[in-house]
Design a protein around this ligand. Structure first.
Ligand code: ADP
Ligand code: MG
Length: 267
């Protein structure tokens, strides 16, 4: 793990924290909407199996940062590398550069709104994504979809329609849909924020299980108790800058007044 600025320990980054072995590496990422810059040069490295939590006030740039990782937002400046391949605007040789389509095959994303097709069954929602992205046969897609649904405990609901499911179940379908494509990293943008409180736990449980399986995950969330449990690297962002990042100790013993104030207001 390497980040800048304000890592909350004084120790140097581990020797392994090089460009070569980062799954996702952002360097100097800037993003403007019109004339307003909302990311001011973000540096962040995410390594295999790491679970990174991004938290901070509304409007601080969390979604823009996350969406930059799969180019749903196009950064204006900086380097975005995923598994060593450059996708950002930074100049590099043709050999090093990948296409947005190739990037999205590696990066799964789950949104606050589940974005399921209402006219397709649970199984249909997962196989549709698979067949479109990978062009596999119906049989192969169904086999893979059932595996993915199994991992979120929804095989019994495969023939149901989204409207017959709770919000928590729908979000678990969205997770299965992303997982079925075998991503190398999964991005979650406030995956529980649209849910009734009693449904939050089942989605967090599915994410916990995924984390335990070793998936590399980047999670924007206000669920700081969950972050405390799962976050290997916790990143506090405000006003388009990383203010501080660190391990679980950030929640109890951050020395940064802004981080403390924010955590104190949420927890
Ligand atoms: N598509 C857009 N067009 C214009 N401004 C945007 C757009 N998306 C986000 N913004 C602005 O960028 C800033 C950061 O937004 P966002 O990344 O959504 O913050 P967060 O996810 O932390 O709430 C906000 O000021 C927001 O209004
Ligand atoms: Mg957001």
């Amino acid at each position: 793990m390497t980040t800048n600025p304000g890592h909350s320990t004084d120790s140097p980054p581990p020797a392994s924290a090089t460009r070569a072995n980062a799954v996702v590496e952002l360097r100097g990422i800037k993003k403007k909407f019109g004339s307003v810059e909302v990311l001011h040069g973000v540096d962040l490295s995410i390594h295999a199996g790491e679970h990174v939590v991004i938290f901070g006030p509304s409007g601080s740039g969390k979604s823009t940062l996350l969406r930059s990782i799969n180019l749903l937002e196009q950064p204006d400046e900086g380097s975005l590398r995923v598994l060593g391949v450059e996708y950002g605007p930074m100049k590099c040789s043709k050999m090093e550069r990948g296409s947005p389509l190739a990037l999205r095959r590696q990066v799964g994303m789950v949104f606050q709104q589940f974005n399921l097709f209402p006219h397709l069954t649970v199984l249909g929602n997962v196989t549709f994504a698979l067949r479109r992205a990978k062009g596999v046969s119906r049989e192969a897609a169904e086999e893979r979809a059932v595996e993915a649904l199994e991992s979120v405990g929804l095989v019994p609901w495969a023939a149901h329609y989204p409207s017959q499911l709770s919000g928590g179940q729908q979000q678990r379908v969205a997770i299965a849909r992303a997982l079925s494509l075998d991503p190398k990293v999964m991005l979650f943008d406030e995956p529980t924020s649209a849910l009734d409180p009693e449904l939050v736990g089942e989605v967090l449980a599915a994410m916990r299980k995924l984390a335990e399986s070793g998936m590399t995950m980047v999670i924007v969330t206000h669920e700081l108790n969950f972050a405390r449990e799962i976050g290997d690297l916790n990143v506090f962002i405000e006003g388009g800058n990383i203010v501080e990042c660190g391990g679980r100790e950030i929640f109890d013993s951050s020395t940064n007044p802004r981080t403390r104030e924010f955590i104190g207001a949420v927890l």
